[in-house]
Design a protein around this ligand. Structure first.
Ligand code: SAM
Length: 320
């Protein structure tokens, strides 16, 4: 087993199916950047082969499909079907929800049970301003459709002081009414936000969020899995919300995540731009690929940090 001196090992794999996205969220994409697939993206079959080898090499038993926006790529259908057949303990998907209606039948047929949908506001004007693509009503109808299929949903919201601060409570009420766990994600200093003063302007801390929520609800901290990224809070009789507090309460010391980008690079840490290319390696027979992959994973694990410092890498490549 590959494990470091803090007892960290890789258990969760996030696979970015494509770097392309139909949004250009202000905090993810710098102005003027086009949302294209990465050069030399791996096929669905190659990504599935990579997941199979990583499962064998590390004992990874949870896979999250992400992007870019995973639903925009034609690879999505094949990859989802293939990954669901791998006998993993858990498969989940993170999407901006814009194409959930279009992909409803594929999602239903796959048997996937959990989805995270990113939604930063319920106000159509602010939605357009932040996402710079897509349509709010389509996302809400997608949420309804997934709930009608009995799929368990979480919603991710990135609170930004100058852009959607007034949407924090409406978003919480919307989620509580629908029995959806809302996850507030503290803004991360990724990509163009690193060293940029807009990070400081827009950052909303866990403390600020909890103060605001306490004006309306009583809540208490509740259980979260050992390697969870979220602090979770129970509002008695109403539901649960979480805060992914990478700045206020870093979770690096219990991080079990490994990331595979759509162009075949492994990242051991979101806060470290080091990466290892495995696109060629995965084409080899398992008896050759696995020992080499073990060495790469030792190096990727050593890339993990003790605290989140941000990185020049952008979420659109490595999927958050
Ligand atoms: N397109 C999909 C989506 O919208 O969920 C998957 C990829 S997106 C990069 C994954 C998550 O990362 C989204 O919830 C997004 O809000 C979040 N994200 C992107 N950049 C971020 C940043 N700088 N700080 C915090 N969260 C960020």
């Amino acid at each position: 087993m590959i494990v470091d001196r803090l007892g960290r090992r890789f258990l969760n794999l996030r696979v970015s199916l494509t770097a392309a996205c139909n949004y250009a969220c202000t905090y993810c994409v710098a102005d003027g950047k086009r949302l294209m697939p990465a050069q030399s993206e791996l096929s669905a079959d190659s990504l599935l082969r990579a997941v199979t080898l990583l499962q064998q090499a590390t004992g990874i038993d949870k896979v999250r499909i992400t992007g870019g926006e995973p639903l925009v790529t034609p690879k999505f259908d094949t990859f989802l079907q293939g990954v669901m057949a791998l006998s993993l303990q858990d498969v989940s998907l993170t999407t901006n929800g814009q194409l959930l209606l279009a992909k409803r039948d594929v999602i239903k047929a796959s048997g996937i049970r959990r989805l995270n949908i990113s939604l930063d506001t319920l106000n159509p004007m602010r939605f357009r301003r932040i996402a710079r693509g897509g349509d709010l009503d389509t996302v809400i109808r997608g949420i309804d459709a997934m709930q009608a299929l009995g799929i368990k949903l979480k919603i991710n919201m990135v609170p930004l002081r100058s852009q959607n601060f007034q949407d924090i409570m409406p978003m919480l009420d919307f989620c509580l009414a629908r029995n959806i766990e809302l996850r507030f994600i503290e803004l991360m200093r990724m990509g163009h936000l690193r060293g940029n003063k807009s990070f400081l302007v827009d950052f909303v801390s866990m403390e600020t969020l909890l103060d605001l929520i306490s004006e309306k609800y009583e809540f208490r901290r509740t259980d979260a899995p050992y390697d969870s990224t979220a602090a979770r809070f129970q509002i008695p009789g109403r539901g649960v919300f979480g805060v992914i507090a990478n700045e206020s309460e870093p979770f690096c010391r219990t991080c079990t995540r490994l990331r595979l980008s759509s162009d075949g690079h492994l990242y051991g840490c979101l806060s470290n731009a080091h990466r290892q290319y495995i696109g060629d390696l995965i084409q080899q027979p398992s008896h050759k690929a696995l020992p080499e992959l073990q060495n790469i994973l030792v190096a990727a694990l050593a890339d993990k940090q003790l605290a989140f410092q941000g990185e020049v890498t952008v979420m659109k490549f490595i999927g958050g």
